[in-house]
Ligand binder design. Structure first.
Ligand SMILES: Nc1ncnc2c1ncn2[C@@H]1O[C@H](COP(=O)(O)OP(=O)(O)OP(=O)(O)O)[C@@H](O)[C@H]1O
Ligand SMILES: [Mg+2]
Length: 422
């Protein structure tokens, strides 16, 4: 497990093995590998390359609600043990998942690319939490620390009836289940904040800079403490950028964005909104400023067992036209304000992950730090313009390809070519 809690700056490590020659201009075409692509086998492999992920989403929930089943469905060959008994998962399972994006195939077809490389996120299947976890109940504090290390939370909520599947509290009750989890996260944050406040009271800042930072931290903690006491998450508190920065090191659990995953029975998949449990989750999700995705972890996991040709048939028999995992992954991706830009050439078409508001050199730095350091210009065309023109060369001829400097804010869907010095 890594030490830091949130790495919102994507640092996709670029595996350029060969040293980059001076005065290079290039379109990036390195290989990458992924564990799973939403249950639809599509792998990209290379023994020499690696992708280092910065975005981690943790699957959280009560024991035995379908977390590992969901994990296994998303991360096709990352088999976590999923079985009908509470606390089946103890150590977290980690897998990398591609973010589905239909634009990739369009660009790849136009550029006649040999490969398509989607953006990806990392998923962590965490042990079940129970009431009192923050006091060491169940698998206790250790597992709260696993949640501390993720950037966003997918909270799985059981919305299926099945007398054979044990519910730790005896019956299906989404409101109570969500309350139990959220309260444990709140308690854990309260504990953390109280300890930090004690420490801040005792310590003396070294210089005026640290003093300012500590003051910002104290003011942020006061506000958050108040919200937590009212049972509200830290993310509901309005903070200045400076205050946010000052409390970042605490990795507060309730600061993390949450998507609720309503895990429904296969019979409810076609119309989840008809299931009153799902409506309960929907209401709570909107009150808690969070997203909601309804999915059947069981169906998704069964889909991965079927040959590709039979998957559509199975989905059709349940009254749906596509797997729900695409939605889930896209929701997780956008939850963090992530944006995608593309590089597209004969060798490959690739989606790169950046944060909203990143400049062209910062976006180039996601590919390789040398690209940021030696950034000269970026040739940029909007996705729709690229598609309309049919190629980068045609876009250039039509004057649709713009030459942008270091202050350019990269837009969602930009297709880019960086010019840089090394
Ligand atoms: N939508 C669903 N419909 C019916 N059964 C389901 C559904 N989702 C999961 N299950 C079943 O629930 C049981 C528990 O699933 P799983 O092991 O994934 O839970 P978990 O949340 O990871 O539990 P733990 O916290 O103990 O690790 C399994 O038997 C699984 O097949
Ligand atoms: Mg599990």
């Amino acid at each position: 497990m890594r030490m830091a809690c949130c790495h919102l700056i994507p640092t996709l490590v670029h595996p350029l093995k060969s040293s980059l020659s001076r005065k290079q201009s290039l379109l990036l075409t390195e290989k990458s590998h992924f564990i799973g692509f939403l249950g639809f086998t599509q792998r990209f492999s290379s023994s020499s390359s690696k992708v280092s992920m910065s975005l981690r989403a943790g699957i959280v929930g009560l024991p035995n609600v379908g977390k590992s089943t969901l994990f296994n469905a998303v991360v096709e060959n990352g088999k976590a043990q999923a079985a009908n008994f509470p606390f089946c998962t103890i150590e977290p399972n980690i897998g990398i998942v591609a973010v589905p994006d239909p634009r990739l195939q369009v660009l790849s077809d136009l550029s006649k690319s040999q490969r398509v490389v989607p953006a990806s996120i990392e998923l962590v299947d965490i042990a079940g939490l129970v009431k009192g976890a923050s006091q060491g109940e169940g698998l206790g504090n250790k597992f709260l620390s696993h949640i501390r290390e993720v950037d966003s939370i997918l909270q799985v909520v059981r919305c299926f009836e099945d007398n054979d599947i044990v519910h730790v509290n005896g019956k299906v009750n989404p409101t109570s289940d969500i309350d139990v989890i959220n309260l444990e996260l709140v308690f854990s944050d309260l504990d953390q904040i109280q300890k930090r406040m004690e420490k801040l009271k005792k310590g003396k800042p070294k210089d005026s800079q640290s003093k300012l930072k500590e003051e910002a931290e104290k003011s942020a903690l006061d506000k958050i403490l108040q919200a937590l006491m009212d049972g509200k998450p830290a993310r509901s508190v309005t903070l200045t950028e400076f205050e946010k920065d000052a409390i970042k090191h605490l990795c507060l659990l309730t600061m993390k964005p949450v998507t609720y995953v309503a895990n429904v029975a296969e019979t409810d998949l076609a119309k989840p909104e008809n299931n009153p449990y799902v409506n309960e989750v929907m209401k709570l999700a909107s009150e808690l400023q969070s997203g909601l995705v309804a999915i059947s972890a069981q169906v998704e996991s069964e889909l991965t067992e079927l040959p590709y040709e039979e998957r559509m048939e199975y989905l059709k028999s349940l009254g749906v036209s596509e797997s729900g995992l695409g939605n889930l992954i896209r929701a997780t991706y956008s939850l963090l304000g992530l944006r995608t830009y593309f590089t597209s050439g004969e060798k490959e078409t690739k989606a790169w992950t950046i944060l909203a508001g990143m400049t062209a050199p910062q976006a180039a730095g996601v590919i390789h730090s040398d690209f940021e350091k030696g950034f000269i210009r970026a040739e940029t065309v909007a996705y729709a313009d690229f598609v309309a023109a049919g190629s980068l060369a045609a876009a250039r001829e039509k004057g649709l390809l713009r030459s942008e400097g270091k202050d350019y804010i990269v837009q969602e869907g930009d297709v880019m070519l960086f010019r840089f010095n090394v």
